[in-house]
Design a protein around this ligand. Structure first.
Ligand code: IPD
Length: 274
């Protein structure tokens, strides 16, 4: 049957609101926390509850579509085969460490890929009630208002977002510290909000000029990357090549000049693939 992108978009927004309600209800309560790959890689009952709800809502509506979810993957440990089929990619709570600490930067992230290309991106930050949406070729919006990335081209004037991430591998941490040193030296300042999806939406909204991270996963960034690029930002592999959605790293910048500057000064970590 004909792919109904309008209906998929409407379902995406409605499950994002429902996910937001689950996250808000649990936000101020005591959380049951488990760890995954490292002591800094967290999952809660709420992550699992949101993912289960979304999974059943989507498969109920679109039984032939594929589903990649952070917590389903954590359990199955499977590598992802990204096919041409419509695929819903979900991070039930991006910013779980923030969630556990009742820090407001938490989000639900949902990206839809068709023919291995992102066509719909929805990031909902329920505590601040910020709904970021984008459809390929149709712009990016925050609560219905059109987004435009910053126009800055000079890296010295740029605020760059980056994260420590969850790997505790000594070499990875060393290279990241080196990059933080480099970023502080060459930019106006660095920031870390603790949610890759929100970081990308900040760049889309002109709240800073760039975001770089090594070690994240497709579910952390696929929705935010479409939102940022539809707001006029540049989204690439940190080396400056095309983004590979399974290669666990991303560079986003408000302009090609800032992207090029970042790409040239950073040490590019190889974090394997999803
Ligand atoms: C995390 C956030 C964080 C990033 C970590 C991710 P999660 O996602 O996106 O910003 O630095 O690498 O794991 O685990 O909270 O969904």
């Amino acid at each position: 049957s004909e792919l109904d992108l309008e209906e998929m978009y409407a379902v995406a927004i409605s499950v994002a609101r429902e996910a937001g309600q689950i996250i808000r209800d649990a936000f101020d309560k005591e959380k049951e926390v488990d760890t995954k790959q490292s002591a800094a890689d967290l999952v809660t009952e709420s992550d699992q509850a949101v993912e289960k709800m979304v999974n059943s809502r989507i498969l109920g509506k679109f039984p032939n579509h594929r589903f990649i979810g952070e917590e389903t993957t954590a359990v199955s440990g499977e590598k992802h085969q990204l096919t041409d089929e419509p695929t819903w990619i979900i991070d039930p709570i991006d910013g779980t460490t923030n969630f556990v600490n009742s820090i407001q930067e938490v989000s639900f992230s949902l990206g839809i890929m068709v023919n291995k290309k992102a066509v719909i991106g929805v990031v909902y930050a329920p505590i601040k009630d910020e709904m970021f949406t984008a459809r390929l070729g149709k712009g990016a919006y925050l609560n219905g208002k059109k987004l435009k990335a910053s126009k800055i081209t000079d890296l010295k004037q740029a605020v760059i977002i980056t994260e420590g991430g969850s790997s505790r591998d000594i070499k990875v941490v060393e290279d990241k510290v080196k990059n933080i040193h480099t970023l502080i030296t060459h930019t106006r300042g660095i920031r870390s909000y603790g949610s890759a999806a929100i970081n990308l939406c900040h760049v889309a909204a002109g709240r800073g000029q760039g975001y770089i991270e090594y070690g994240i996963h497709i579910w952390d960034f696929i929705a935010g990357a479409l939102i940022a690029s539809e707001a006029g930002a540049v989204v690439l592999d940190p080396t400056g090549c095309d983004l590979d959605p399974l290669r666990r790293r991303i560079l986003c910048a408000c302009s090609a000049e800032v992207a090029k500057g970042l790409s040239q000064i950073l040490t590019h970590l190889d974090m394997g693939s999803d």
